[in-house]
Design a protein around this ligand. Structure first.
Ligand code: C2E
Ligand code: MG
Ligand code: MG
Length: 655
């Protein structure tokens, strides 16, 4: 509604509000006036006038009631005001007859009385309608003018003076009525303006807070999964761990989907999104409403659990998460299983700050992945120590490879009978400036983490090729040098190509290099099989390392034309006292004979063990009893120290 309409509606309301009382008073005063005149001198026009006034007042009352009921004041306040003005004017016109009623008017007393009543009733009308002057003027003007006219009808000085006073009074009253209306309008306008300002302020306020709320939601939600995002996660951790009153017990689970990257790479990003959304849905379904579940980015999720029993709850939830990711997800009509790894850490046992607890859970997650995925690991200081060590190893490895700090040692392999040297095994060594000796598996793992596995293998193979070149000088021409290859390397680069390049660069025959593969590699994927065939075709010798520990199929080993089986040292240690191991080794030796595969026994440490192995028909061995791994430079001395019959002629007496 416009301001003017609102003002008119308020004016109409104000007039209607007092109308009934006004009309009752008006009728009552008309009745008493008629009665007074009647008592002075009865006349029919007095009765007619009274009936007219009362009838008009009743009609006005009925009309006002209808207008009120139909709420016309709201819809069309102007019409209501017009109607009220007309009613007032009609009433004023009827009152204009009052000074002329009956013959009694000629008496001064009656005339004075009527004029007093008219002036009074007009003043009353004006007092009643402070909001709207026109009804009062429409009523008062005819009546007051009639009073003046009646006075001037019988001109006398007194009458003229009274008539002039009545006129002055009328002008004063109407002026004050106009002014009170103006004041009413001004104050109402101010009020309406204030109300409208307040309304628009509160609307603006509401709009701002609603868009703030939306921004907040957007800023704290991950749009793909609807879970909290990293910002929400950080905020919750900060809130929980930034409390001045001390530690709030809590647990943090960090979850990483195991096969997500390969699904994304092979099936596309839409498939990846389906997996993420489905995992988020399942995770939300098992998490309690008070836990914060967030997607930290990529395929990494987190759950924050608070309360005294947070650690136990988190452990149960983590186990459930492993189960729910073991259930397949449908992508179109394909079923895929993703699996997950989970890291868990608690406050206050493991850490007390947001960063530290996150780092602990992350370390536990890393350990879970490292141990073969699909498992949950709870943080422990040992894990941290191990990972710190691994990080340190990773940081230094590339430089150590470049500088030659990573060395290659060689361990001899001998014939048990005459103890003739039949080959060497190249074993990687690294004496870390801070950490001391680093075990080969740690070096291999760090190389894989840094994506420099090929470089490491090339480094060791190059050293092995160098030794091959030096063998004739050591009087050992024709024997071969073995290198170890980790089964996981097959999928990382082409081993046959790398080793082919090394052999060519050194100018040696691949037949003088042996590739030792741990047993599990032969079980591996088709890619491994292809690589092994390529190596074999290129002329490299193949050996299965640590035989007896894994589950190689013999048929597969035969089909690969493996040249050697190396029996793991766990079967050899204390063989003199173990009938069972004796039987096992004897069986393997028999099988080797039958398949024309050389059997090499690893880890022979004592003369007793060597004696038993010889009796069991073993021909070849490797172990501390014969020689520890040593740098190539130490080989001549080692050879020289051996029995004269095993010594190469050219080196005899030189060491
Ligand atoms: P492996 O291929 O079975 O190597 C034999 C391991 O047994 C060597 O440990 C060697 O030092 C140790 N050994 C030899 N004789 C005896 C003995 O009489 N008693 C005992 N107790 N141990 C003996 P090392 O050098 O620590 O290597 C451990 C494993 O690390 C190797 O096992 C091999 O699988 C791997 N490795 C070593 N160098 C490399 C490498 O350059 N590349 C890859 N991929 N793996 C390597
Ligand atoms: Mg080996
Ligand atoms: Mg071995």
């Amino acid at each position: 509604m416009k301001f003017e309409d609102q003002i008119r509606a308020a004016q109409a309301d104000s007039v209607l509000a007092v109308l009934t009382v006004s009309l009752l008073a008006n009728s009552f005063i008309a009745l008493t006036t008629a009665a007074v005149l009647w008592l002075q001198q009865p006349a029919t026009d007095q009765a007619i006038w009274l009936v007219g006034i009362v009838t008009l007042n009743m009609l006005r009352q009925v009309a006002a009631a209808i207008l009120k009921r139909k709420d016309v004041g709201r819809r069309d306040p102007k019409a209501v005001l017009n109607h009220l003005t007309i009613g007032a004017f009609a009433s004023g016109c009827l009152w204009a007859f009052a000074p002329f009623l009956g013959p009694g008017l000629s008496s001064d007393g009656a005339q004075a009385y009527v004029i007093f009543i008219i002036a009074g009733i007009s003043a009353g009308a004006i007092i009643q309608s402070t909001a709207y002057s026109r009804t009062a003027i429409a009523f008062g003007a005819p009546a007051m003018l009639a009073a003046v006219a009646s006075l001037l009808q019988s001109p006398s000085t007194v009458n003229t003076v009274i008539a002039a006073d009545v006129l002055l009074l009328m002008v004063m009253m109407f002026r004050s009525s106009r002014m009170s209306e103006v004041n009413f309008i001004i104050s109402l306008t101010d009020r309406l303006k204030a109300v409208s300002l307040a309304a628009s302020l509160s609307r603006a306020n509401e709009e701002i807070s609603s868009s703030n709320r939306q921004l907040e939601i957007l800023a704290s939600r991950d749009p793909l999964t609807g879970l909290g995002n990293r910002a929400a996660f950080n905020l919750r951790l900060d809130q929980l761990l930034g409390q001045p009153e001390g530690d709030v017990p809590m647990a943090l689970l960090i979850i990483d989907l195991d096969r997500f990257k390969s699904i994304n790479d092979t099936m596309g990003h839409t498939a990846g999104d389906i997996v993420l959304a489905e995992f988020a849905r399942r995770l939300s379904a098992i998490a309690a409403p008070e836990h914060l579940v967030a997607r930290l980015g990529g395929d990494e999720f987190a759950v924050v659990i608070e309360g005294e029993d947070a650690a136990a709850k988190a452990l149960a939830l983590g186990t459930e998460i492993l189960d729910l990711t073991a259930r397949p997800v449908m992508i179109g009509d394909r079923q895929v299983t993703i699996g997950s790894s989970v890291g868990l850490a608690h406050v206050p046992e493991h850490a007390r700050s947001a960063e530290a607890i996150f780092a602990c859970a992350d370390i536990a997650l890393y350990a879970a992945k490292e141990q073969g995925r699909r498992r949950l690991r709870v943080f422990s200081p040992d894990i941290k120590q191990r990972l710190d060590r691994q990080k340190q190893i990773e940081i230094g490895l590339e430089d150590a490879l470049a500088s030659g700090e990573v060395e290659v040692f060689f361990q001899p392999q001998v014939e048990l009978s005459g103890e003739t040297v039949i080959g060497f095994e190249a074993l990687v060594r690294w004496n870390h400036p801070a950490l001391g000796a680093i075990s080969p598996p740690e070096i291999v793992q760090a190389a894989r983490a840094l994506h420099v596995s090929e470089r490491l293998t090339r480094h060791v193979a190059t050293a092995a090729a160098d030794l091959v070149l030096r063998l004739p000088a050591l009087g050992l021409a024709g024997i071969c040098v073995a290198i170890n290859v980790s089964p996981r390397e097959f999928s990382l680069y082409s081993l046959s190509k790398t080793l082919g390049e090394v052999a060519r660069a050194a100018g040696i025959s691949p037949s003088q290099m042996e590739i030792e593969i741990t047993e599990e590699a032969t079980l591996d994927t088709a890619a491994a099989g292809t690589e092994l065939e390529l190596l074999e075709k290129a002329g490299f010798r193949l050996a299965v390392d640590d035989f007896g520990m894994g589950h190689s199929s013999l048929a597969y080993i035969i089909s690969l034309k493996v040249d050697r089986l190396k029996i793991d040292r766990s079967f050899v240690h204390g063989i003199a006292a173990s009938r069972q191991n004796q039987a096992l080794v004897a069986a393997l030796v028999g099988m080797g004979h039958a398949l024309s595969i050389d059997i090499v026994i690893e880890g022979v440490e004592t003369p007793e063990d060597a004696e038993v192995l010889r009796m069991l028909g073993c021909r070849f061995a490797q172990g501390y009893l014969y020689g520890r791994p040593m740098p190539a430079a130490a080989l001549p001395a080692w050879l020289a120290a051996r029995s004269p019959k095993a010594q190469p002629e050219s080196l005899a007496g030189t060491a």
